[in-house]
Structures are given as structure tokens and as C-alpha cells.
Design a protein. Sequence first.
Length: 101
Amino acid sequence: MSYEVCAKCGKRLRPGSVKYIISINIIADFDGILPEEVDEREIARLIREAKKMDQETLEREVHQGMVYLLCKPCRDIFAENPLNLSLKSLSMGGNFSGLLQ
Ligand SMILES: [Zn+2]
């Protein structure tokens, strides 16, 4: 019998079992504003660094997509704390300044 495997715990996920696809997209957010204190030498340095990077690394700096298959217990753990925040942060009532939705 073929089966899939939970990406986190390695549990076998038989056909028809409860499983979840976790899709993560990390996208560079540019608000169109360049800091005033960045001078031309700094910009030239950043361009030199970018030229040294390979295409794959440059693309990953702009967008990185990841997809994982998880069993229900691992999905529940992930959903509770997807950013792997400390217990101190979680005890603040779940209101995080960086939360967009
Ligand atoms: Zn699992």
C-alpha cells in the first residue's frame, strides 16, 4: 500500500486519512521608501553583493515557497504557534504587533 508521510513526525498517512497541506510563502515586502541615510556607496555595495549571488539565492531573497504535508496533531501544533514564538510572547493574549490578519 502506498502512503504519504507527515513532514514533521514521519507518521505514515494512509489514503483517506486526515492530513493537511501547509503552504508557506515568504515574500519580500517593499513599501517603495528608501531610507534617506543610505548613501550611494551603500547602494553600490549592495549591488556588488547581489551580483555575487547566484540566481537561485537572489530569487529566494524575493520569494520563497514551501509546502509540507502534516498529520492532524502536527498541524494543530503548527497552527498554535507558526512563528515558533517564545512562551512569554504567547502568554500576552495572542495579540502580536506583526500579525497582518
Ligand atoms: Zn505528524
